[in-house]
Design a protein around this ligand. Structure first.
Ligand code: B12
Ligand code: SF4
Length: 446
């Protein structure tokens, strides 16, 4: 084997010279490559890929989400034509292996922690001939000692020079069961926790000062595993961090003691999946106490009172939604104390019960995967025409992400911190809304 090349296909590009987020998935996978085999990470958000250098003896691993699968396919076909062995893994290939199989020697279904190592051995022994069409790894393995990021990978990626936001995994999985959610189909419904020593060691060796957790529902651990969370916060508190953010749910507001500890642990913001201000949508939301604007307001107030920010995540286009839901959403955004807002379009991702429903009812629109970016309407809604839903969503996004609204929320957010912390908190106070404005803007680029 000449080398292993791990590729992230283009999606976000660069902002002021750096890509928005580090290639965390590939950093973990590259760390599983034995030291004697050369490994490279190619991030197409960062630079044009030297695909013409791929040849026989190279093993190419490509990561995929539905939105990037078309580019993954182009890269895979070029690499295969030049004689490289090609494996595609990630969310899309896990949920649609039959589609992915058509343009790769191997498809990685599931987490791949163990099968990736198996595939490397198979390729090293017999080249492309040794690669099995499908490798399955859906055992939801214990995270202890699993693919810790190696020093070789830390040096190679040089996150500080190339990326605005480093990612970090502390827990994985979510026991809830929202019918539109892909995360639980690829990370499992059992909450798994990384050993705290390994988390602290990783932060230390990577030298990161800010990070975004990849955890599907970190905040749920406040309720299900308070001792773990308390110990984690105690260990993070003495570190010299600028701040970090996580995905949560509003039940964190019921844990004042942990919230207090989280401030000392440099937690900056909870991204909270309120999902909907329409109470009729509760059945789609897997048992979370959601869909109730009053409860949301109370939770936001309590969390912000501790000095932690709240980013509200909302999904539009549920079957129960009507034009009034959009007005109610805007009223809520305008009057709430949220620090940043994400309003996304409900999307029938592969592997979800929601997709099964729209398929069964003949409501799935025939659109390329690039439209699965949560900013496009990809199915026929119940109470709108497709165009009406698009227009309603456009109306909401133009209001929510107007420069004035971004500045208003960002300045309010920054105002929560003591003046001496302004430098540290400036980036994070505006970057989230700016990022969502960009995500929405992709829609108009297609
Ligand atoms: C963190 C995260 C993000 C981050 C960073 C994403 C990134 N790494 O580029 C941010 C916030 C930027 C983001 C953005 C988006 N995301 Co996102 N994200 C996640 C989240 C919560 C965790 C992913 C993660 O990093 N996990 C930790 C790493 C270590 O593991 P992993 O990526 O799961 O990969 C493992 C396996 O899949 C496998 N594997 C993956 N690739 C490969 C490749 C090879 C060769 C092999 C062998 C194995 C392998 O090995 C890894 C280790 O086990 C997932 C939810 C989830 N549980 O998957 C959603 C998720 C992946 N995101 C999703 C979506 C829709 C998006 C956006 C389109 C949203 C938007 N509105 O723009 C964008 C697209 C961004 C892009 N660059 O393409 C969907 C994808 C659905 C789908 N069918 O594609 C998910 C599943 C969430 C959901 N809605 O349910 N996301
Ligand atoms: S709470 Fe979040 S991660 Fe959990 S199932 Fe629902 S959408 Fe998915």
């Amino acid at each position: 084997m000449r080398r292993i090349v791990l590729i992230r296909p283009y999606r976000d590009g660069r902002v002021l010279g750096k890509a928005p987020g580090s290639p965390y998935t590939l950093m973990r996978l590259a760390s599983l490559v034995p030291e004697e085999i050369p490994v490279e990470i190619w991030d197409e958000n960062l630079r044009k890929l030297p695909l013409d250098t791929l040849s026989e003896g190279d093993l190419v691993g490509i990561t995929s989400m539905s939105v990037t699968i078309a580019r993954a396919e182009e890269i895979a076909r070029i690499a295969m034509k030049q004689g490289a062995g090609v494996v595609v893994g990630g969310v899309h290939s896990t949920l649609m292996p039959d589609h992915t199989k058509t343009f790769a020697h191997s498809v990685m279904v599931g987490e791949g922690y163990f099968t990736w190592q198996q595939l490397i051995q198979d390729y090293a022994a017999e080249g492309i001939k040794g690669m099995k069409p499908v490798y399955r790894d859906e055992r939801w393995a214990d995270l202890s000692g699993l693919a810790n990021i190696s020093d070789r990978v830390i040096q190679m990626v040089d996150e500080k020079s190339h990326y605005w936001t480093p990612y970090l995994e502390i827990t994985r999985g979510c026991p809830r069961n929202c019918d539109f959610c892909t995360a639980i189909r690829v990370s499992g419904r059992r909450m798994r926790l990384r050993p705290i020593d390994e988390v602290i060691d990783e932060i230390d060796r990577r030298g990161i000062k800010r990070f975004f957790l990849t955890d599907d529902n970190f905040g749920l651990n406040f309720t299900t595993d308070p001792d773990y969370v308390a110990e984690l916060f105690e260990r993070l508190a003495p570190l010299d961090l600028h701040g970090w953010t996580c995905q949560s749910e509003m039940s964190v507001a019921n844990h004042p003691e942990l919230m207090k500890m989280s401030v000392a642990a440099h937690l900056d913001k909870h991204f909270i999946g309120f999902e909907s201000v329409n109470p009729n949508n509760r059945s789609s939301l897997g048992g979370k106490s959601k869909g109730q604007a009053l409860m949301a307001e109370e939770a936001i107030r309590k969390i912000r009172a501790t000095g932690i920010g709240v980013v509200g995540l909302f999904v539009m286009g549920f079957d129960e939604d009507t034009p009034e839901t959009f007005q109610a959403m805007w009223d809520f955004i305008r009057t709430s104390e949220l620090d940043s807002i994400s309003t996304t379009m409900l999307t029938p991702y592969p592997g979800t019960p929601f997709r099964d429903t729209v398929e069964r009812e003949g409501r799935l629109l025939d659109l390329p995967w690039s439209y699965y970016d949560t900013a496009h309407v990809t199915f026929v809604p119940k109470n709108f025409t497709v165009q009406e839903l698009r227009d309603a969503y456009d109306w909401l996004c133009r209001k929510t992400y107007s420069p004035w609204q971004i500045v208003r929320r960002g300045t309010r957010s920054l105002g929560r911190y003591p003046i001496r912390q302004t430098g540290k908190k400036l980036f994070g106070s505006f970057s989230t809304d700016y990022g969502y404005r960009r995500t929405y803007a992709y829609r108009n680029a297609l």
